[in-house]
Design a binder for this molecule. Structure first.
Ligand code: XMP
Length: 532
């Protein structure tokens, strides 16, 4: 999906069109581009990522107060290197170039870039501040910064001065203050750069004087107004509600905007956690008085999954069936011309190929975004420009309970990707019980706060055990406990021994089918969080 492919969502998502007072971030293929956007938003300033080819167009739409040019893996002097119309430098707004962004800025303002050879720097290095006025105000004189560059700026254009240097890099921080152009050879957005957040703050608030109106209260008001305007006086929206954070927050937001003209459909695919369906019914139907239809499609899903062992095949079947079931249900709402979705910003930007090609698909994540074009409905995606933590903040603002807003992510294909090999009721039932035990024990001690996800996996590997006086030959229940910021990387975690003991003994005693409980101590990468 590209930034512009869902016409219906544009007006709801781009509520910040017009003079936004925010920051436009041009993605030259940076590994850390989303981090830049987050750092800016943490300052209460709206930020938006765009690809170089669309930067000028987006600039006119958004009218930002500043531009940040990201890093990137290429060399600016390569003939097909990512490029940007230099007219962006004539717009009269401050520009901050990071790494490749600095090199692009130098090349387009009379400077020169060349391979660094001896000057290549990777990892931590020390920066010496030469001029601590303004941009570097409050930064340590000898702070640690995170470099990752094979090219260097060899010569600066007229008007630029040096604000900081490092041993191999004489132009670590440069500026042309009169034009508001700043450049960093290192990455201020990563945690390893000691005063990186301060530099971004000095640029965004000090130099560019961006507007600080990006907060949950304003976002909720803006989104509600945008949804109401998009759907109009008599439009109706149908949406799949999974009970996860994203679709729940989106549904409540849309409900606030159009009330009973929102129709939610919850598809029970037989791959859900224990209590999921009841929880969704209690919260949305009973508490929020939303129109909610529950469709039990578990037989259909499980029969089509019968005999299928390949994980990607499972995902494809589940994705297709979800669309079929949902599509069938949506037909029942004859006036619903709109389709609600809980799409988040990372779903949108991750699929934009600024790198000269899409990043490789590790797992084909299923979401409703795969709905066919001939569905002929306009998308309503109020979270389309929000990160997950922002969606959570919106949920809290809307009064959703912490048990929902702060809940761990659960994959679209559900327990199917935690039930290795063929998925069937014989495996799903013990897995569901074990998963419930893991959740109960972790949550009873409030330990979920330090974990990104905590769940059980069904590993169909028989091993010998003794239950009562009898020998059993049963499967393995694997515990997966991970911490993470964004699921891109993850660390395995331990729980206090007595909690692990309780989990293990409860699973072995209460659940038929497992003779052994094991703990997965693999980080991501190289392992992934889910087992399939
Ligand atoms: P992995 O296993 O790739 O997971 O480390 C990263 C995050 O994504 C979730 N996940 C999925 N979510 N559909 C989803 O909606 C999927 O097919 C899927 N696979 C993994 C996973 O739970 C973790 O939070």
């Amino acid at each position: 999906m590209s930034e512009s492919k869902s016409p219906g969502s544009e007006s709801a998502a781009h509520a910040n069109d017009g003079p936004s007072g925010g920051v436009l971030i041009v993605d030259f293929g940076a590994q850390y581009c989303q981090l830049i956007a987050r750092r800016v938003r943490e300052l209460g300033v709206y930020s938006r990522i765009t690809v170089p080819e669309r930067a000028l167009f987006t600039f006119e739409h958004m009218r930002p107060a500043a531009v940040i040019l990201s890093g990137g893996p290429r060399s600016v002097y390569e003939h097909d290197a990512p490029n940007l119309d230099p007219a962006i430098l004539q717009k009269g707004v401050p520009v901050l170039g990071i790494c490749y962004g600095l090199q692009w800025l130098a090349q387009n303002t009379g400077g020169q870039v060349e391979p660094a050879q001896a000057g290549a720097e990777y990892g931590r290095t020390e920066m010496q501040v030469v001029d601590a006025e303004g941009f570097l105000a409050g930064c340590k004189p000898n702070g640690t910064v995170w470099m990752s560059h094979g090219d260097k700026v060899a010569k600066l254009g007229a008007g630029f001065t040096v604000l900081a240097k490092s041993a191999p890099c004489p132009f670590a921080v440069v500026a042309d203050r009169s034009r508001g152009f700043y450049g960093l050879q290192f990455h201020p957005e990563v945690a390893h750069t000691e005063d990186g957040a301060r530099m971004i703050q000095n640029f965004v608030l000090g130099v560019a004087k961006c507007r600080t109106d990006w907060n949950p209260g304003n976002i909720v008001d803006t989104k509600i107004a945008a949804v109401a305007a998009l759907v109009g006086e008599d439009g109706e929206v149908v949406m799949g509600l999974s009970g996860g954070v994203d679709s729940s927050v989106a549904a409540v937001l849309i409900h606030r905007a159009i009330g009973t003209r929102l129709h939610c459909v919850f598809v029970d695919n037989g791959l859900l956690r224990a209590g999921e369906r009841e929880g969704v019914e209690a919260l949305f139907r009973d508490d929020y008085h939303m129109d909610l239809k529950v469709v039990d499609a578990s037989d259909r899903f499980l029969s089509e999954l019968h005999g299928v062992t390949d994980p990607e095949q499972k995902r494809k079947i589940i994705g297709r069936l979800f669309v079929e079931v949902f599509r069938h249900e949506a037909k029942g709402y004859r006036n619903a011309r709109f389709l609600g979705q809980g799409t988040l910003y990372p779903d949108v930007i991750e699929s934009v190929a600024a790198h000269g090609g899409a990043t490789s698909t590790i797992k084909s994540h299923h979401n409703v975004g795969g709905l066919p074009k001939d569905l002929d409905m306009t998308l309503v995606e109020p979270l389309r420009d929000l990160f997950k933590d922002e969606a959570r903040a919106i949920g809290r603002q809307l009064g959703l309970p912490s048990s929902l807003v702060d809940r761990q992510p659960f994959p679209g294909p559900g327990l199917a990707v935690r039930c290795l090999g063929e998925v069937n009721r014989d495996k799903l039932e013990p897995l569901r019980k074990a998963d419930k035990i893991v959740r109960e024990e972790v949550e009873a001690k409030g330990l979920q706060k330090g974990l990104w996800q905590y769940f059980a996996v069904y590993v169909p590997q028989k091993s010998v055990g003794v239950k009562g006086d009898a020998r059993v030959y049963e499967d393995v229940c694997m515990l997966r406990l991970v911490s993470s910021q964004d699921a891109m990387t993850a660390d395995w975690e331990l729980l206090p021994a007595e909690v692990l003991k309780r989990i293990s003994s409860r699973i072995l005693n209460e659940v038929k089918g497992f003779s052994r409980v094991c703990l997965d101590i693999s980080s991501k990468p190289p392992a992934t969080i889910e087992w399939e």
